[in-house]
Design a protein around this ligand. Structure first.
Ligand code: GTP
Ligand code: MG
Length: 547
């Protein structure tokens, strides 16, 4: 494999020194995929390999594995799905890893999308039995649009699934990304014995070695590895080995060998077969990330000028989350440092308001656990406590002003009113709505006709409403009632067009918390009719959608 270290200093824009060194040893990436491919399980397995946790799935180990370090919300534990992205920072060898586990469900794709604005690489999981699934395809497109290189993990190889090369063909055919496996599975899906490590491109597919894994009870601990030469492997594994070796040659004949430049350019993707549950291939994933994924590099500001890591401090906020700690009830704004050294206590400027911002309470997070952080570097994800002014997409900087492009909000397609079941809880209800609104859990829409007691919630997917009602109850002790509204789409309008629109049957106009005016329509025919009858009215599509 080529080493990515050449060019690190050039990327960092520095000629050496502490900052350049710190930047060079950081890797910041997201784990993405369709629901259930094993992102949270892999996240946990990676933490296990870095020895930051001692056992996977140990927290609720009763019926085997239950919740993972990254699924800490009540709803996540109860359902076994991720509803919110979770950041973990840990060291592995000389490296500092900033890892974000994302929710796979499309209803939460806005959260995943925000995370993808904050990372330098993505690990894309594919379920060995299911192959490419719709949400994986969409997320891959987002990664590609953002120029984020992708490492592919074909997961769940411990269970019956498809043939290894068939899965690769699907990636090539359906997303036009050339898969270049670094490791191939020895043993068919369901009979996972180990990995064949492929040699460099020059070796024309000749295997470099065989890594045999041994299962541990429930996959709770690191799977022991034994390393063998190809000859030993052939003796030991027989046909399972020869098949893998032949596949490696076939891939080389087709030109599917790793090429660092093409990978960084988003044209190829290194592939590793793994079982996150059994911890097979997990160390190889971690080491591939360290060896191949790019360290933090420049980021373009609003004017398109690159901000390089060696520039004075700057950071983007990509997520706001409250309710992580019932005892403190605080709200964390997560920023990804783009440039400069961060020191806790430094006073920076909030680009959106021009106001100074004190960073006295800065934390590194590990799931819901947190520790005070004193210094941090480009690539790091840092939580700022009770930073009420900060919202996703905001910029913090020191020295000369810089502002990064805003993160577009998704077009909502589901609408409902929400009210407290009993009037005595109104005050908490208002507080909770403001809180969830500022986190971007849902969008909150208001107009004078409906008033404040039952605001309209707008979501990309209906599961977001479930998160709202569940958190209302667990964090604010408010029972709520939800009524779905018969609207399906929203268009951005303005104060001039609003009164005329509001008079139309089946149309309602609202102001979103960020000040945008939205007109809601029952269906696209109603919208088209109004556009045709009154072409002068402002009705613009919202920027991004979940599809
Ligand atoms: N057999 C097997 N099961 C796995 C493996 N990895 C994950 N699972 C199981 O697959 C299910 C889903 O795993 P998660 O890690 O929660 O999946 P996820 O991608 O985080 O799901 P969302 O966050 O909801 O998108 C769980 O029951 C896991 O135990 C694996 O390698 N092999
Ligand atoms: Mg998950």
């Amino acid at each position: 494999m080529n080493s990515p270290s050449a060019g690190i200093e050039a990327r960092a824009g520095a000629s050496g020194g502490k900052l350049a060194e710190e930047v060079a040893r950081r890797r910041t990436f997201a784990v993405i995929s369709h629901p259930d491919a094993g992102k949270s399980t892999l996240t946990e397995a990676l933490a296990l390999h870095a020895k930051v946790i001692s056992e996977a799935g140990a927290i609720h180990g009763k019926a085997g594995r239950k919740s993972t370090v990254s699924d800490w919300m009540e709803m996540e534990k109860a359902r076994g799905i991720s509803v919110s992205s979770t950041a973990l920072q840990f060291e592995y060898g000389d490296c500092v890893i900033n890892l974000v586990d994302t929710p796979g469900h499309s209803d939460f794709s806005e959260d995943t999308y925000r995370v993808l604005t904050a990372v330098d690489a993505a690990v894309m999981l594919i379920d060995a039995a299911k192959g490419l699934e719709p949400q994986t395809l969409k997320l891959f497109q987002v990664a590609r649009d953002r120029g984020i290189p992708v490492i592919t993990v074909i997961n769940k190889w411990d269970r019956p699934g498809r043939a290894p090369l068939e899965l690769l063909d699907e990636i090539l055919d359906r997303i036009g990304l050339t898969p270049t496996p670094l490791f191939l599975p020895v043993g068919i899906a369901g009979d996972f014995r180990g990995l064949l490590r492929r040699g460099p491109a020059e070796s024309e597919g000749a295997p470099a070695e065989y890594i045999h894994f041994t299962r541990t009870a429930g996959g709770a601990t690191i799977a022991p590895e034994e390393h063998y030469t190809p000859e030993q492997a052939a003796d030991q594994e027989g046909e399972a080995w020869t098949t893998a070796a032949e596949e490696s040659e076939l891939l080389s004949a087709a030109g599917q060998d790793h090429d660092q430049e093409l990978f960084l350019a988003g044209q190829t993707s290194p592939v590793i077969y793994a079982s996150a549950m059994l911890n097979f291939g997990v160390r190889q994933i971690l080491e591939t990330l360290i060896e191949l994924a790019p360290p933090p590099g420049p980021r373009a500001d609003l004017a398109g000028t690159p901000r390089v890591p060696a520039d004075p401090f700057s950071a983007v906020v990509f997520k706001v989350q409250a309710g992580m700690d019932a005892a403190h009830r605080d709200r964390l704004a997560f920023m990804r440092i783009v440039s400069g050294e961060f020191e806790r206590g430094m006073v920076v400027t909030h680009a959106q308001t021009g106001r100074p911002f004190a960073t006295k309470y800065a934390l590194t997070v590990f799931g819901r656990d947190r520790t005070t952080v004193d210094t941090a570097y480009p690539g790091d994800i840092v939580g700022l406590v009770n930073a009420t002014a900060l919202a996703p997409g905001h910029t913090l900087f020191s020295d000369k002003k810089v502002e990064f492009p805003p993160i577009p909000s998704f077009a909502p397609e589901h609408f409902a009113t929400l009210r407290a079941r009993t009037a005595d809880k109104y005050k908490q209800f208002r507080k909770a709505i403001d809180q969830l609104d500022s986190e971007g859990v849902v969008q909150v829409l208001r107009n004078d006709t409906r008033g404040d007691a039952s605001p309209v919630l707008a979501a990309v997917g209906p599961m977001q409403f479930e998160v709202v009602t569940a958190r209302m109850l667990t964090e604010f002790n408010v029972e709520t009632h939800l009524d779905f509204l018969p609207y399906q789409l929203a268009r951005r309008t303005d104060a001039t067009s609003a009164p005329e629109l509001a008079r139309q049957r089946g149309v309602e106009v609202f102001t979103r918390t960020d000040g945008a005016m939205l007109a809601l329509f029952g269906d696209k025919w109603r919208l088209q009719y109004i556009q045709k009858e009154m072409p002068a009215l402002t009705l613009e599509p919202l920027v991004a959608t979940a599809d």
